[in-house]
Design a protein around this ligand. Structure first.
Ligand SMILES: Nc1nc2c(ncn2[C@@H]2O[C@H](COP(=O)(O)OP(=O)(O)OP(=O)(O)O)[C@@H](O)[C@H]2O)c(=O)[nH]1
Ligand SMILES: [Mg+2]
Ligand SMILES: [Zn+2]
Length: 288
């Protein structure tokens, strides 16, 4: 028996990386019966002769969007301009990563188009304050590229985020032989064109980089109570508010609201929190 990593899916089969080669395998028949669904990123045991996947190792973590498993880092790729930077969307992605036990990292693309340097400084410092590394970069000038390469070397990471943000472009700069297809930015609807359609891992320097399909919106698959704990920066307040089930909105004795008033937590992010929380409440029936 041999172990490998699922790089991608191809018409019901899975492409498994074995170090020196890749092999396309089918899942073992019993998988369907047991409703076991392999994910890209899974470490699996295979029978090389029969070209069959026999078992899946326990996952370190997994995401539902993009559908992927076993990440050392989820790298949120967000553009500064075209589409315009949105802390609301970024806070949503960060909440999803926290919820899924995936450590985040942020790449800000299209630095060449960003004129408001003060805003850029504020964005970087507000996320650095939460202990999250932020890498501004430009495809046009190459600024920031080496820092990103250094940060991901040897790790298993996925680039994820808005369509048109520049995930595939960045992957091509990291290694031109990856040859990912690049989309356009559509000026009429202010977003990308969903160029990348599949989740795929690319082996890179003792690690793996995943390219993933971009999204234009994201529904968080969690309850408002869960959001109140996984929203970026809020987990260290667990158990500190007056009420144990505090949602940090209307309650008195709320340590998060206090921290926002004192400027310890950002007001912009808190406003996003309230907005996302409302969204979850209004959508709950559809998701669960
Ligand atoms: N000016 C500028 N344009 C960029 C930069 N990065 C990417 N782009 C452009 O943004 C557009 C979208 O790039 P992609 O790499 O296809 O974006 P993506 O995130 O992979 O998009 P999806 O596959 O749809 O999710 C292309 O026209 C790129 O040339 C950058 O740093 N600066
Ligand atoms: Mg792409
Ligand atoms: Zn509270």
């Amino acid at each position: 028996m041999t172990k490998g990593k699922i790089l991608s899916t191809v018409g019901g089969k899975y492409r498994v990386f074995l170090g020196d080669k890749t092999l396309e395998v089918k899942p073992y028949g019993v998988f369907r019966y047991k409703k076991i669904k392999p994910l890209v990123g899974d470490i699996v045991e295979i029978d090389v002769d029969k070209e069959v996947m026999i078992s899946i190792d326990e996952r370190m973590n997994s995401l539902i969007r993009p559908r992927i498993a076993n990440l050392d880092r989820g790298v949120i790729v967000q553009s500064l301009v075209k589409p315009d930077f949105s802390s609301y969307l970024l806070d949503k992605f960060l909440s999803l990563l926290n919820y899924s036990n995936v450590k985040p990292m942020i790449v800000l693309t299209k630095l060449d188009l960003m004129e408001d340097k003060e805003r850029l400084k504020n964005i970087i410092s507000s996320y650095n304050n939460l202990g999250i590394d932020v890498y501004p970069y430009s495809k046009r000038t190459g600024e920031g590229l080496e820092e990103i390469k250094r940060a991901i070397r040897g790790k298993t990471i996925a680039f994820m985020g808005q369509t048109g943000a520049g995930k595939s472009s960045l992957i091509n700069l990291i290694n031109p032989s990856f040859d990912r297809e690049i989309g356009k930015y559509n000026e009429n609807v202010n977003r990308g064109t969903h160029q990348t359609k599949e989740v795929i891992f690319l082996p890179y320097e003792d690690g793996f980089i995943a390219d993933t399909p971009g999204f234009s919106s994201l529904e968080l698959p969690m309850y408002k109570e869960e959001l109140s704990e996984v929203f970026p920066g809020y987990n260290r307040f667990i158990g500190k508010c007056k009420f144990n089930d505090c949602l940090h909105i209307t309650e008195g004795g709320c340590k998060i609201k206090e921290a926002v008033e004192q400027g310890v937590l950002s007001k912009e992010n808190y406003d996003n929190y309230v907005e996302i929380s409302k969204e979850i409440i209004s959508r709950k029936d559809r998701i669960f």
